[in-house]
Design a protein around this ligand. Sequence first.
Ligand code: NOJ
Length: 588
Amino acid sequence: MIALKKRLLKPVLAVLAMNTILFSCQTPVKDQPGSKNPGDSVATKKDWWKEAVVYQVYPRSFKDANGDGIGDLKGIISKLDYIKSLGVDVVWLNPIYSSPNDDNGYDISDYRNIMKEFGTMEDFDSLITGMHKRNIKLMMDLVVNHSSDEHEWFKQSRSSRNSPYRNYYHWWNAERGKPPYRYSLFDINHDAWKYDSQTNAYYLHYFSRKQPDLNWENPQVRKEVFDIMKFWADKGIDGFRLDAFQFVAKDTTFPEFPKGFEKNFVKYYAMGPHLHDYLQEMNREILSRYDVMSVAEGAGNSFKDAHDLVDSNRKELNMAYAFDGVDIAKSNGYSLLHFKEVFSRWDSAFQNNGWLSIFLANHDQARLVSRFGNDGPAYRELSSKMLTTFLMTMRGTPYYYNGDELGMMNPGFTKIEEYRDMPTLNEYRHLKNTGGNLKKFLKEIRFSCRDNGRTPFQWDSSTNAGFSTGTPWIGVNPDYKTVNAEAQEKDSNSCLNYFRKTVRLRKDNPAFIYGRYTLLDKDNPNVYAYTREKGPRKFLVLLNFTGKPATVNTGFDLSKAVMILGNYAKPSDGIMLHPYEALVYQIK
Ligand code: NOJ
């Protein structure tokens, strides 16, 4: 194992590592008559959502237009030209609906309204018009495993056992005794059942107490959700990201789970009964009627689960995303051999049938370069560019998180007061109450907490990085004077301009989207080497994942190859790579 990072920190909130790889299945395109190239046989049917690069905007931290310290829709509108300049096709926007913000918008109190802090429905209409004018599509978060406890449905539901909304949620009457234990990811005591004295019953919440789980067995609930989807699809949105969707289907007899299930949340909670029926119904009612892409967070427990979600013959989703890749990075480093094995395995499972997504960071993770690269001054830029090269040259739809194009890194918070993330604060309180090791915890979250990826976007070197004229809801990374978009615009070698180049490279060369992937020099613990090949076009990608020179043996005669991308002004010979070097060759 190469210690890519030497910090001896253990990522705490395994719960937050809910990220994934996705897929969808389409009929493979057969070899063209006369084609002799094996690369053709693995090409899949073309679809816009396979060719898209998705850029994730975290609205709370992107750009604040009204000076209240919180990012908003008008702020995003003011930056649409910037987004366009990246060359990306789709923006995935985290939830912008009305919410009391227990979990930054993942607790929705009105699915048809905009969160006050973010603006109005008029702002939303301008946003989507502005995006479509620039040929950018909009994917919205659909958070329907749970609502907010402040949603009207829940208020009604908890008011009486006879409420017509009672069955919108999961209730367990107290006279039956305590319900079988369920683990809550976000609860201070990790207990997913909360007693409610109003009706002397417990309600279920896999996430926080303010996020009660909806009862998908109730056809009325499904109808409500489809109506909500219709509302937004009619507004012209281009996609749905189904939050925590693998957990919607539950065994509502609530049997006891075998001991130790808490640590295996996905195994025991994901892909419950009727999940595929629900998705097929959703597809029939909504997804098939609009030109929208669909992606589920979570891909179940196996490739079979994943394929079942996205096999086009089953008419469910386009893609799902699994967490195997993103979960690899640990505070004390990770093994590149493991990394290669995971990504190669997922690629081979979907090379002929289905589709996957590629990502290494999002709003539930600390920063890409701090987790998978090296955020020390010598290598922050190089390793960030190397990781970008990886994401843009693999099969699958890339999901790229805002700020990573600048090589933004973890802010290095040292005090609990600097954090905002509800589960992190709950865990801290829990440890405090139970005499846990708070110092160790603070060290751990400095590496792993998702707040690390939520600090304000660094636009320029002015106050608050140009994010807000008010006091930002979460601290700005002190490095913003040097790491910011304005400075990087002016530098042709910046991370930002490198990101643009890699997006262009991908778009110009379908081999990076549909082409065959072949892993080379498999047992090399330092360098990730692979080819992508489609028809007569073949590319070689070399990535040094370490801060030391490293050799690679691909067997190619590079004198016949043309280097088309690299992150060093003076590239190596492609055999002994510079630290964190990325090289892409076209093989003649
Ligand atoms: C997954 C989301 O990505 C995360 O941010 C949220 O806290 C949970 N789902 C609960 O909705």
